[in-house]
Ligand binder design. Structure first.
Ligand SMILES: [Zn+2]
Ligand SMILES: [Zn+2]
Length: 449
């Protein structure tokens, strides 16, 4: 991906940005003064944040099982005097900091880890295991870095509490379960996140990644892809393998579907727009001489644009129906089991945040990628909080690889481990500090006084 260094003219006043975006409050915030106040607070809180991070790292829990994790965070928030509600969207939690009249700002962290084995060799590496739905045991690892996110989320709450005189309004701290299965945000919203608690005007979240530690990247516009899971079951008629005329062969239907469905990408989708259809699972049959009676296929669909997303979903259904009809089979089951839209960072708010962060952190640490550039193909359910743009939102990407680690890996001829790698091990101190700086500054940008 081509990247652009964001080089803002430091003379560009935030007051100008406020005219563009209609949020006058941040005009009173001096980013460099705020940054040093935040850094002082993080240094004071560091022993606690580091201990919290290591504790969460060694006790990971997967989607909708984050009861210990939510309990640890709830206890921390309560000790800070924050109003806490637990059990929102099954295992999620909500903390509220009220600070008079003003905008409402949502700050989200994820709680969940992944069912995989950690191989980092860190002294506090996870050896946790769990029993899965199929009865098998797996290791559990915070290989996506959500433990880092939880530490910077608590650090941000502490900084905002310490700086209450610098902002006004309400901060909603959302601890979201089950991001890895892209269903936790929806679970919290379905459980009344926007009706039982103050509805946000702004929403911010950040994700740790393998880029250089301390670097903040903001992608304007579509940032992550929409993700949809679709299961297709073809119903045929079983028969002996030597008597195909007595069968309606679901393996042939499935095979035809796997290739035909790619024409939705090549012939129906706008070629200039991103879209992927992958058939990642195909289960049918038990033996070479038996024509089975069903074939089950699992698909993942990825896109940025809502119109492309619709084209892909419709194309999958039409192709499956047509394939079954050609074989004289009954209509297949096409089940859209779950999905989430693209994270779409509001361009004006993203530019404003990049200006603010550049003034606070320095231009070497901030990258703004324009909307015309492609986003990331991974998916994220932070998109749910934006309600199609009604809640103004920015999702930041924060680098976690220290120069020493990068140099050592380069010398060894090894790549930097990415998220979901068993070797993923971002530098906790720089990462957590950058997360607190970014999320606190973003809040002060829209709620500062
Ligand atoms: Zn992940
Ligand atoms: Zn993640």
């Amino acid at each position: 991906m081509k990247r652009f260094s964001f080089c803002s003219a430091l003379s560009l006043s935030l007051a100008l940005a406020s005219v563009v975006t209609g949020t006058p409050a941040q005009a009173k915030v001096d980013p460099s003064v705020m940054r040093s106040a935040i850094d002082t607070q993080v240094m004071r809180d560091w022993p606690e944040l580091e201990a919290l991070y290591k504790d969460l790292h060694s006790h990971p829990e997967t989607a909708f099982r984050e009861t210990r994790t939510a309990g640890v965070l709830a206890a921390r928030l309560k000790a800070m005097g924050v109003e806490v509600t637990e059990g929102v969207g099954k295992t999620g939690l909500v903390g509220i900091i009220r600070n008079g009249a003003g905008p409402t700002v949502l700050i989200r962290t994820e709680l969940d880890a992944l069912p995989m084995e950690e191989k980092t060799g860190l002294p506090y590496a996870s050896r946790a295991q769990q029993t899965n739905a199929d009865g098998k045991t797996s290791f559990v690892d915070h290989a996506c870095g959500h433990d880092i996110h939880m530490a910077w989320w608590i650090g941000t709450a502490k900084a905002l509490l310490a700086m209450k005189g610098r902002w006004h309004g309400t901060v909603i701290l959302v601890g979201q379960p089950a991001e890895e299965v892209v269903s936790g945000a929806k679970a919290m919203l379905d459980d009344g996140l926007y009706t039982r608690f103050p509805k946000p005007d702004f929403a911010f979240s950040a994700h740790i990644g393998p880029s250089p530690a301390g670097e903040v990247t903001i992608k304007q516009g579509f940032t992550t892809s929409a993700s949809d899971a679709v299961n297709v079951t073809f119903h045929g008629q079983g028969a002996h393998g030597s008597m195909p005329d007595k069968s309606i062969d679901p393996v042939v239907m499935g095979a035809r579907f796997v290739s035909d469905v790619q024409t939705v990408i090549s012939r129906q989708k706008d070629p200039m727009k991103f879209g992927v259809i992958t058939v990642g699972a195909f289960h049918a049959g038990t033996a070479a001489n038996i024509i089975p009676d069903t074939a089950e296929l699992g698909l993942t669909l990825r896109s940025y644009d809502p119109a492309v997303r619709e084209t892909l979903l419709k194309g999958v259904k039409t192709t499956a129906d047509a394939v079954a009809m050609m074989s004289g089979a009954p209509a297949p089951d096409v089940v859209h089991s779950h999905g989430t839209g693209s994270v779409n960072n509001e361009p004006a708010l993203s530019a404003q945040a990049a200006t603010m962060l550049t003034m606070a952190l320095g231009k070497n640490r901030v990258i703004l990628i324009p909307a015309s550039e492609p986003g990331w193909t991974a998916s994220e359910d932070f998109s749910e909080y934006a309600e199609g743009g009604k809640v103004r939102s920015v999702y930041f990407s924060i680098g976690g690889t220290s120069p020493e680690v990068a140099a050592r890996l380069k010398a060894e001829g090894k790549p930097v481990p990415v998220n979901h790698s068993p070797f993923f091990a971002p530098d906790p101190e720089v990462s957590i500090k950058t997360g607190v700086e970014t999320l606190t500054l973003a809040t002060l940008m829209v709620a500062g006084k």
